[in-house]
Design a protein around this ligand. Structure first.
Ligand SMILES: [Ca+2]
Ligand SMILES: [Ca+2]
Length: 221
């Protein structure tokens, strides 16, 4: 009996492990450097209120790839988000950023929100803004920050390091914030959603709150 029970628990664990949302487990392609072309990477990245220094150990390897899961970055749509990238590289640097805005596990050209070339020779901090369009789906998705050297162009393919370039690809989780935050009366099926009839709800007192809705969105355009 004990053996059967253990077996059933094992089955339940296996089923549970397959029950995770496929979107959360989306498999994204990973670019890879040409053999030996490692050693130049992103050392600092800022995206809105989030910022992070990353050590050389995350790009001093053949993959040139790192998926940072220590935080989920927040992003409102249609709002310029201050973005900074610092590398340890000298010479022309190309930067691209993709955000999987429809959350299908693929970075398309239309989902590239940044494509710039930094012609400064020294490894200075490059500052720009990124704006996510209102068509982006809300929720947590993947962002790819792609840096490469020597091309005089921004990275064009999120899955490929062109030959004879160095660079690094950093992936982040980003939550694209929804427009709706709260409303009063709310939709919850509890006592707080029930208002006595006959009152005027005009905000004139604490127990006569004015109906309201709070939106969390970017600038109207
Ligand atoms: Ca890095
Ligand atoms: Ca996509």
């Amino acid at each position: 009996m004990k053996r059967i029970y253990s077996f059933l628990v094992g089955v339940a664990v296996i089923i549970a492990s397959f029950g995770v949302s496929t979107e959360a487990q989306a498999q994204y392609c990973r670019p890879q450097l040409m053999p030996g072309f490692w050693g130049q990477g992103i050392t600092f990245f800022r995206f809105g209120t989030f910022s992070r220094n990353s050590p050389g150990t995350d790009y001093a390897n053949q993959t040139g790839y790192e998926y940072f899961t220590g935080a989920t970055l927040l992003a409102a749509r249609n709002t310029p988000i201050t973005t900074q990238i610092t590398t340890n590289a000298f010479g022309t640097k190309g930067y691209s950023i993709w955000i999987d805005m429809d959350q299908d596990g693929i970075f398309t050209t239309a989902e590239r929100v940044l494509c710039v070339v930094d012609y400064s020779f020294s490894p200075t901090t490059f500052t720009t803004t990124v704006t996510i369009p209102c068509t982006a789906r809300t929720g947590v998705t993947r962002m790819r920050v792609f840096f490469m050297t020597n091309q005089g162009a921004c990275p064009a393919d999120p899955c490929v390091f062109p030959g004879f370039v160095q660079g690094e690809c950093e992936d982040y989780n980003v939550e694209i914030m929804g427009d709706f935050v709260s409303s009063f009366p709310n939709d919850a099926p509890d006592a707080s959603a029930i208002l006595p009839r006959g009152n005027t709800y005009d905000g004139s007192s604490a127990d006569r709150p004015k109906p309201s809705m709070t939106l969390r969105a970017g600038r109207a355009s």
